[in-house]
Design a protein. Structure first.
Length: 52
C-alpha cells in the first residue's frame, strides 16, 4: 500500500479514476473494489490522502 499525493490539478483526474473504477467494478461484479470506493467516499478524507 502507498499514499498518492497530488496537487490541485490532479484532484479532478483522481475523481475521474474513482468514478471509472466504480463503473468497471459494477460491470464486473467486483465487490472488493466497490467496497474500497464506498469506504473512501464515506471517510470524507481529503482526496490527497487516498491510500491504494
Amino acid at each position: 500500500m502507498g499514499k498518492i499525493v497530488v496537487d490541485h490539478k490532479g484532484i479532478l483526474a483522481l475523481q475521474e479514476i474513482i468514478s471509472y473504477a466504480r463503473i468497471r467494478a459494477r460491470e464486473n461484479n467486483d465487490s472488493k473494489v466497490l467496497d474500497k470506493v464506498k469506504e473512501f467516499q464515506k471517510s470524507n478524507k481529503p482526496i490527497e490522502e487516498i491510500v491504494v
